[in-house]
Design a protein around this ligand. Structure first.
Ligand SMILES: [Zn+2]
Length: 96
């Protein structure tokens, strides 16, 4: 069975540098220096891996409010104040 090398590996950006993500070898490789390998389980590898995903919440919540149940303390809602106003928030555990 022959395994062809994938022509294009996914890349990740860290500190302005692009790295290939090689799942087969479990390592990152700088796009500019492909012979340099950075194992996932190395100090730098873990740092690269910690980079946040490019997708972020489209609407960052500015006025974050939390609503907790006054009797059991369960967290019922996290979101914007505006959102909270339009929702009927009740505790399913305490409601009978
Ligand atoms: Zn409750």
């Amino acid at each position: 069975m022959t395994n062809e090398m994938p022509k294009r590996l996914p890349t990740v950006k860290h500190n302005g540098e692009k790295y290939f993500i090689d799942w087969r070898l479990q390592e990152f490789r700088p796009v500019d220096r492909p012979f340099e390998s950075i194992p996932f389980d190395s100090e730098l590898g873990r740092k690269i891996d910690e980079m946040p995903e490019p997708r972020t919440d489209a609407n960052p919540i500015e006025n974050n409010v939390t609503v907790t149940c006054s009797s059991c303390g369960k967290l019922l809602f996290v979101g914007s104040e505006n959102e909270a106003r339009h929702l009927a928030i009740y505790c399913e555990d305490c409601l009978r």
